[in-house]
Design a protein. Structure first.
Length: 464
């Protein structure tokens, strides 16, 4: 088994076939929010039984991330098929920020997914896992010269986020004299009021994209089309994450279609692709209604074919899902360290916290919690982490079974933005990651140890 970088931290397996999800509270752009409801306790853990999860926790220790490999594959095939059944040319790019475990990346690459990357590191992970640079996109509002140079040299498409960023890119292209593919990110000023303000990325107050109404998009198009080494492939927009309603997607595709038609009118140029980004959410709460890929694909396909019927050749439809593929497949396993009952509030204290799952403290995100093999003596609890911060709570008040010290706990829907946002805060080790495929277990990331905390540090005796 080959090892790469970070002290054997990553381990590539054949699981992917390549050799080598925020249940929203009603948020607007303001800070107003409603309180978290107390749902009745459910015990479902998707296709995993409680007994199976307990066995994994006992065998590999906790905290640990466990992934249902078959679910990741099924979610990808479901979404890909839905869009390809409703539009003639579709490309799906996996948003690496959701989870960059090499095995997950390899699996999705083997299924045909391209790569949507934010950094040089993510681009290198994609290449390490056999990704074709022609199917890679570098998307960031703040790209360094080093990142741009790497993307140009490898042939990665670069998503332009500002006029300043395009001018910076042109200087590098002029020095390297390498033909470069670009797309232009549009800020459509579309709000997604049902998602948290920190993951609503398409409104006019965000840092992302060229404004739809002020003409900057067309200034960027002219600069690109006038440059002999630049190929303008298409336009792009990403309006936010964890969207469970059709309306924002419809508004976005309507505006992107208008931009495409205006580019054709002004420059007699038909773009080759329209990238509507990602954002399709998952149900984080029991009983929550989801927006199905079939419904989304059908509406997007109908709108694009109708609005761009004057094109000689319809542009490809590009997508950038991340959460949808991996969120529901991931469970964070933990163990009860203690139970505190007070006159004011009851706490279940577990052996992980926001250092391993940051979403609750960053986005006030809701994750379902199961006390494994317990289903009675229901009381109201707050599930608290082991980090020395008042804000380190993974749930607000929930109806949960009374646990005992040593009981195992499953935090559901943690496969996206779980490990990828994890840290070593308070000097806790990063957890192991385990894949379950057809009933077989594979360690796809070893648990950290003390030596990992010291890596790359140097003790300078003269400073002591």
């Amino acid at each position: 088994m080959s090892k790469i970088n970070r002290r054997s931290f990553f381990e590539i397996s054949a699981l992917g076939g390549v050799a080598i999800g925020l249940a929203p509270r009603a948020f607007s752009l303001s800070t107003n929010k409603r309180s978290e409801p107390l749902a009745r306790y459910e015990k479902s853990t998707y296709d995993f039984s409680h007994r199976e999860l307990i066995k994994i926790a006992e065998k590999y220790g906790s905290p640990a991330y466990v992934y249902d490999w078959n679910m990741i594959k099924d979610k990808y095939l479901e979404l890909s098929k839905a869009f390809k059944n409703n539009y003639p040319k579709v490309k799906v790019h996996y948003a690496y920020k959701a989870n960059t475990n090499l095995n997950i990346v390899s699996l999705l690459t083997s299924l045909g997914a391209g790569a949507e990357c934010i950094s040089e590191g993510e681009m290198k992970i994609a290449l390490e896992c056999g990704q074709d640079p022609k199917n890679m996109i570098l998307t960031s509002n703040s790209k360094s010269t080093k990142e741009l140079s790497f993307a140009i040299e490898k042939g990665v498409l670069i998503n332009i986020d500002s006029l300043s960023g395009l001018k910076k890119l042109i200087k590098i292209i002029d020095e390297k004299k390498v033909k470069t593919r670009i797309s232009i990110r549009v800020n459509p000023d579309v709000t997604t009021t049902s998602t948290h303000k920190h993951i609503s990325t398409g409104h006019k107050f965000t840092k992302f994209g060229l404004m739809y109404l002020n003409g900057d998009i067309y200034k960027a198009c002219k600069l690109a089309l006038d440059h002999k080494k630049i190929q303008l492939v298409g336009i792009h927009s990403h309006i936010g994450s964890q969207i469970l309603e059709l309306g924002p997607f419809e508004k976005n595709i309507k505006i992107l279609s208008k931009v495409a038609l205006e580019i054709k009118k002004q420059f007699n140029y038909e773009i080759k692709s329209i990238n509507m980004g990602g954002g399709l959410g998952i149900p984080y709460r029991d009983g929550e209604k989801e927006l199905s890929p079939k419904t989304l694909a059908r509406q997007m396909g109908i709108q694009l074919k109708r609005k761009l019927k004057s094109f000689k050749r319809l542009p490809e439809l590009w997508l950038e899902p991340g959460r949808y593929f991996v969120a529901q497949a991931g469970i964070l396993l933990a163990e009860v360290n203690s139970v505190k009952m007070t006159d004011i509030r009851n706490f279940i204290n577990i052996n992980t916290g926001f250092n391993h799952l940051a979403r609750p403290v960053m986005y006030e995100a809701y994750h379902r919690v199961r006390i494994l093999n317990k289903n009675s003596n229901i009381k109201k609890f707050q599930v608290a982490g082991n980090i020395c911060e008042t804000g380190d709570v993974l749930t607000q008040m929930r109806n949960l079974p009374m646990p005992e010290i040593g009981d195992k706990v499953a935090i559901l829907d943690a496969g996206a933005y779980g490990f990828s946002m994890a840290s070593e805060y308070n000097s806790f080790y990063l957890p192991a990651e385990i894949a379950i495929k057809d009933g077989k277990e594979f360690i796809i990331r070893e648990r950290e140890d003390f030596e990992d905390l010291l890596r790359n540090q140097k003790i300078i005796r003269k400073l002591v």
